[in-house]
Ligand binder design. Structure first.
Ligand code: GUN
Length: 283
């Protein structure tokens, strides 16, 4: 039976450190501030945004939510982003993705001041991460690395396989594993003999959005298995991209869903917001 990588517990530890830093700010000093912008009424996105807001409040940050109607135009959304760029109470701006189809994600993100881009999605920040000179790391991949670190799992020299190549998770995850000296393979929907590739992984990170896709026969004995999925099974129950029940007997470490990577993502967002606040205040 694998050791469970407990994202809830690890998150609580990191959030406690963040809260202590906020509590130690001088009396009357401004708190770190995060603005979250959501357009339309996608229920899953609203749940994520609510959790981000809750996370901010727990550590004593200022949190502002802008819920805009589906009919919002690109000009209106960009005008709000620019207003938040100038807002001295705001250190981080997050535009929840996906945006409704008539809005261009990339164009909107490019209007966020890179020093407030706490998702690290802008070309400027992606470029800085690529060369290893960054202020912010993308939240989900950074959360995975923090979880590995917490359990003293060193990926140096190991074969790491990332399944999924999204700009939000797969690609930046591969970069961070590479920076930690893993030998990295990125597999995706067009990969031939996927099971063979995943069976070569000492560290397997799965981010493809397909419920219980990775089964025990696809996993090497003793592998570290990280599940970034947030899916629903045939009964509508929350599950990941990995068949947890089958894989946990074979893996050495495994993340549960929920309670694994999910809580870490928001914790990294809080870390980035605090980093931005400190830079803005020369702390
Ligand atoms: N949608 C799914 N994950 C994310 C994320 O990390 N940031 C934003 N802005 N949108 C998302």
């Amino acid at each position: 039976m694998a050791v469970i990588l407990d994202g809830k517990l690890t998150s609580a530890k990191v959030r406690e450190r963040i809260k202590n830093e906020v509590d130690a700010l001088p009396e009357g000093a401004r708190r770190p501030g995060l603005a979250v912008v959501i357009v339309g009424d996608d229920p899953a996105s609203h749940v994520y945004v609510r959790n981000k807001k809750k996370g901010c409040e727990e550590v004593g940050f200022l949190s502002r939510e802008y819920a805009l109607p589906e009919s919002t135009t690109e000009e209106e959304l960009i005008a709000l982003v620019e207003e938040l760029n100038r807002d001295s109470e705001i250190d981080g701006i997050l535009v929840q993705l996906p945006l409704p189809r008539h809005l261009d994600d990339k164009k909107v993100i490019e209007h966020i001041d890179p020093s407030k881009d706490v998702d690290a999605f802008s070309y400027h920040n992606v470029g800085r991460i690529t060369v290893g000179d960054y202020d912010f790391l993308p939240c989900t991949p950074a959360g995975v690395m923090e979880l590995l670190h917490e359990y003293n799992i060193d990926v140096s020299g190991k074969n790491a396989v990332v399944v999924g190549r999204s700009n939000i998770v797969g690609k930046p995850q591969a970069l961070l594993l590479l920076q930690a000296n893993a030998t990295v393979t990125v597999a995706h929907s067009k990969t031939k003999n996927l099971s063979e590739v995943t069976r070569g992984a000492d560290v397997l990170v799965v981010a493809i959005g397909k419920a219980k896709f990775v089964t025990a026969d696809m996993v090497k004995e003793g592998a570290v298995v990280i599940d970034v999925g947030m899916d629903r099974d045939e009964n509508g129950k929350l599950c990941g991209d990995v068949d947890f029940e089958g894989v946990c007997d074979k893996a050495s470490y495994i993340t549960p869903v929920p309670g694994g990577v999910g809580p870490m993502t928001i914790t990294e967002l809080l870390k980035n917001t605090l980093t931005s606040y400190k830079r803005r205040n020369n702390i």
